[in-house]
Design a protein around this ligand. Structure first.
Ligand SMILES: Cc1cc2nc3c(=O)[nH]c(=O)nc-3n(C[C@H](O)[C@H](O)[C@H](O)COP(=O)(O)OP(=O)(O)OC[C@H]3O[C@@H](n4cnc5c(N)ncnc54)[C@H](O)[C@@H]3O)c2cc1C
Ligand code: SF4
Length: 509
């Protein structure tokens, strides 16, 4: 097709030669990019996220211009309210015969795009940055009673030939080394110090803009730590390969007072906005293992997250939306406490995870799942409010990945579509995984009485609240048995204490 196209690039589509940029022709096609108010304001995004996306967009614009493309760029100060408004201005400025846009990562936006009335046809292009297509996932899911990630992951390992021996069997003889990746943190290793972000003129301007325009949003930009170009993202990833991957495996599930990052990769945000290629990072990790730089459990653990979980949650999202977003299988409606927006909790593990989340837009998986998510699950916090909170506060949050992780994995609100049992745990789990409890006014050993860890009574309160449902779930049998084995007066005391804990959750503003 030789007709000139106007190509709309969204803030999380910053990959040259992919999506709508595939086959794009400098000199013929025009690119339009816009920092629009509707997208920046629909939840109170963490300032780190807004800064990352705007700075990365501006650098991407300059890269495209240096490749000879005409790029119409509307920055935030120009006040474009919506993508449609930016597109209309773009169409006036060039003689495009077609508008091309890569499919967005959010159902809401896809619906909006499909409704647009433009003066030329709109062509929505498949997002080919993922390792499984939406159709491939649907085919795999069809007719299955349970959609277990593990089986999908094996399919993906075979499809992309990752960590396979010559005969096609998994390296080391097992598909999954998760059992080796659960060590708690006892402070026995030095945690490597990450290099600071390099902030050039463009990024500095964006940081100022974000401080000025988003005064109420969370995020301490004096600690801005992110790369904003593909080259910088790759540098960060290479730093991870060199300094953290070796310990990533065993401490993947650990919780540390000393560090928000531990040995995690900090690459989700780069992959999600298109600065890093998911297959490339998997191949680099495999190579690091083959070169003897990490053990197999670390390499497999990392590849499972990117090739398995990341693709799987995207598959679930597109398979089940829009009704997925409405689910609330455990009937959780308690208002989100106001301190989720300040981090002012006296529960040390929660305080630590919330504060770093608000300040940095980052918490690692176990903090999101087993500290904040677990608390929200046990306390029965309102599913929609919790999902909105997760979408707002994390630098890597885009609905296709945030929603299944929060609604499905953390809150078990999807009637078990993603997980066969809730990820519910008492304070003992948090104690085992790290060193927060030592700094906490509560004791994980106590269930009731002054100083009892609130996770404990809330855990049993949760089991009791949903006893009817859980009795029907063989994977909850042990928890149910342990609850029912307790003497009636003990159960009553625990429930009473749990009620008191719930009562002290102040409602949101
Ligand atoms: C309640 C909840 C909400 C979450 N919300 C998001 C979100 O909005 N955006 C997001 O990208 N991830 C989300 N995750 C998944 C995961 O927590 C983050 O991807 C991870 O913490 C990012 O940090 P990292 O890059 O240091 O990851 P690492 O621990 O180093 O893992 C490596 C990579 O694996 C991928 N990955 C790992 N777990 C998952 C997962 N469950 N789903 C998708 N990708 C995964 C990411 O690309 C990540 O960069 C969420 C998890 C939970 C439990
Ligand atoms: S005692 Fe309970 S609330 Fe305190 S840090 Fe440990 S698990 Fe968290």
């Amino acid at each position: 097709m030789n007709e000139p196209a106007l190509i709309l690039i969204l803030g999380d589509q910053l990959t040259p030669d992919r999506g709508a940029m595939k086959d794009a022709r400098p000199g013929t096609d025009t690119i339009v990019m816009a920092e629009v108010r509707e997208e920046a304001e629909y939840v109170p995004h963490n300032r780190h996220k807004i800064a990352l996306v705007f700075a990365a967009m501006r650098h991407f614009r300059d890269e495209l211009r240096s490749r000879g493309f005409t790029v119409l760029y509307f920055d935030y100060e120009q006040g474009k309210r919506s993508l449609l408004e930016a597109l209309a201005a773009g169409l006036q400025a060039c003689d495009a015969a077609v508008v091309k846009c890569c499919e967005p990562g959010e159902f809401r936006l896809l619906c909006a795009l499909q409704q647009w009335q433009l003066s030329v046809p709109l062509q929505i292009v498949e997002d080919d940055r993922f390792l499984a297509t939406r159709e491939e996932f649907s085919r795999w899911a069809q007719g299955r009673k349970q959609l277990r990630m593990e089986y999908f992951y094996r399919l993906m390992r075979r499809k992309h030939g990752l960590l396979l021996a010559d005969d096609g069997t998994p390296e080391g003889g097992k598909w999954n080394y998760d059992s080796l990746n659960r060590q708690g943190w006892r402070g026995k290793r030095d945690i490597p110090v990450r290099p600071p972000a390099s902030i050039d003129r463009i990024t500095a301007e964006v940081l100022e803009l974000v401080m000025r325009e988003f005064p109420q949003n969370p995020g301490d930009l004096s600690q801005f730590y992110l790369g904003v170009t593909a080259a910088q993202a790759m540098e960060h990833f290479n730093w991870f390969l060199e300094h953290a991957l070796g310990d990533f495996g065993q401490y993947q599930d650990a919780l540390a007072e000393e560090s928000p990052w531990l040995f995690h990769s900090l690459v989700s945000m780069y992959i999600n906005i298109g600065l890093l290629d998911p297959l490339r990072v998997c191949r680099e990790v495999e190579r690091a293992w083959r070169d003897g730089k990490c053990d197999l459990a670390a390499a497999e653990g990392f590849i499972r997250q990117v090739l398995g979980w990341r693709e799987y949650v995207r598959g679930i999202y597109w398979l089940a939306m829009p009704e997925y977003g409405e689910r609330n299988g455990l009937g959780a409606h308690r208002p989100l406490p106001q301190w989720f927006w300040t981090g002012d909790s006296d529960l040390r593990c929660l305080q630590s995870a919330l504060r770093q989340t608000l300040d940095l837009g980052y918490a690692h998986h176990i903090q999101r799942l087993m500290v904040i998510g677990n608390f929200a699950l046990l306390a029965g916090l309102d599913v929609e409010q919790v999902c909105d909170w997760y979408l707002a506060v994390y630098v890597d949050a885009f609905e296709w990945v945030e929603l299944p992780n929060t609604l499905g994995m953390a809150l078990h609100a999807d009637d078990g579509l993603m997980a066969s049992k809730p990820y519910a745990a008492s304070g003992k789990y948090i104690q085992r995984q790290g060193n927060h409890c030592k700094q906490c006014p509560y004791s994980p050993a106590k269930i009731t009485g002054a100083g009892a860890c609130p996770f404990n009574s809330l855990y049993w309160h949760f089991i009791d609240r949903h006893l009817h449902q859980f009795r029907a779930n063989p994977r909850m049998a042990l928890a149910v048995r342990n609850w029912e084995r307790k003497a009636e007066p003990e159960r009553a005391a625990i429930l009473e204490w749990g009620e008191a804990e719930l009562a002290r959750l102040a409602p949101g503003p």
